[in-house]
Design a protein around this ligand. Sequence first.
Ligand code: 5AD
Ligand code: SF4
Length: 456
Amino acid sequence: MRYKNNYEQELKDIVKQKNLTYHIDTMGCQLNENDTLKYKGILESIGFKEESMENANLVLFNTCCIRENAENTLFGRLGALKKKKKTMKNVYIVVVGCMTQQKHILEKMKKSYPYTDIIFGTFSMFSLPEKLYNLLKNNKKSYEYVEDSMDILEDVPIKFDDKYKASVSIIYGCNNFCTYCIVPYVRGRERSREPEDILNDIKKLAQNGYKEIMLLGQNVNSYGNDFKDKKYTFAMLLEDIEKIDGIEIIRFISPHPKDFKDDVIKVIGKSKKIARQIHLPLQSGNDNVLSKMNRKYTKKDFLELVDKLKNADSSISFSTDIIVGFPGETEEEFLDTLDVVEKVKFDQIYMFIYSKRNGTVAATMEDKVSYEEKVERLERLKNLYEGYLPENNKNMIGKIYKVLVEGKSKNNDNLYTGRTSQNKVVVFEGAEDMVGKIKNIKITSEHLWYLKGEIV
Ligand code: 5AD
Ligand code: SF4
């Protein structure tokens, strides 16, 4: 499905006449952030200018429902906007995304937040212009619930905030139904974008000076599994992106450990561009918990996968997601998670306390672990991680890394920052003309959350 705005001229006229501005508040993951860039693209294509939340006419909330606190955040912020509607002219509130893809939330919002003007979920981006037209021209609200869709929306205008790094979605939806996770219920089934659409997007980005590409999907390594007319896999996509001149760094999130096949490992091993950082969501290190989570791999499988990747290139660094306090997780089972962390020594860990999501299978499991216990486990995981991290960083001292120079350091005007292929932040003395270029930098010292280095 190709994006088309049938109301473009009328909307441009209204936006110009009322001098309208917008602000987008994004919650959640990088897939939501990527959607936000498209919402920005759509709004700017009809003349909206970006503004702060305080001053903007149209505030769009792109919501997340992965954990309960994401939902509470939205209700808090919506409440605060009610006042703004009374004190400022031409204020419009739009709520979209994963949270409003749940029917009961949509119903709750209609009742409790009737001053919201447009609400829809994850499948209606293409109809934003029509809904805006109804709102701005005819003062008509739209609340829409689309249960499911296999459509892929192409040609959406997109506004990147960054000049050298861009994200590109390659596959939407998820078929895995991990028992704790709400995503498959709000993002639909897996559907892969056509290779030509992806490659054309990336070629255009390269022509516009972009150096680093982040490929996005709930499960990137099932890319292509749904193609009926051809065999085209994630490994083949990576190889084709490698050939695009100008692109120097390729990253991807998130692969599923169960689908990380040897062909991809081989491509990574010989690639000059694929980042030496792999995000491998562990979730738990215990076989019983992994099975209850429906993850379809064991502790041993996971550790073997890490070894295989290390054999492909020993400089690969790992990041992960871990959930503590899954329903019924025992102390012993939790120790298995710590054991994997100890063995792999992930450079980055996104750690979460299990949050019950209604509608998922895990929500029906008995949960005897107290909240205090869960917090305490999270604390122990954090301590373990912060304990070994300096050692990981120290191993980098004296070595030379390619770094994409991102800009001036926030705290010191003479210093510049960038990231190594391993996604480690490096601070160094540089110059403005280096921004957006790849430099060789020798690491000189470590400071837990960043490294210092010098250009060689
Ligand atoms: N509770 C806590 N964390 C969750 N995640 C997904 N669902 C839940 C949940 N119900 C975490 C997983 C996933 C990451 C994006 O969010 O670790 O990898
Ligand atoms: Fe959720 Fe599992 Fe799908 Fe990831 S793979 S989005 S954790 S169901």
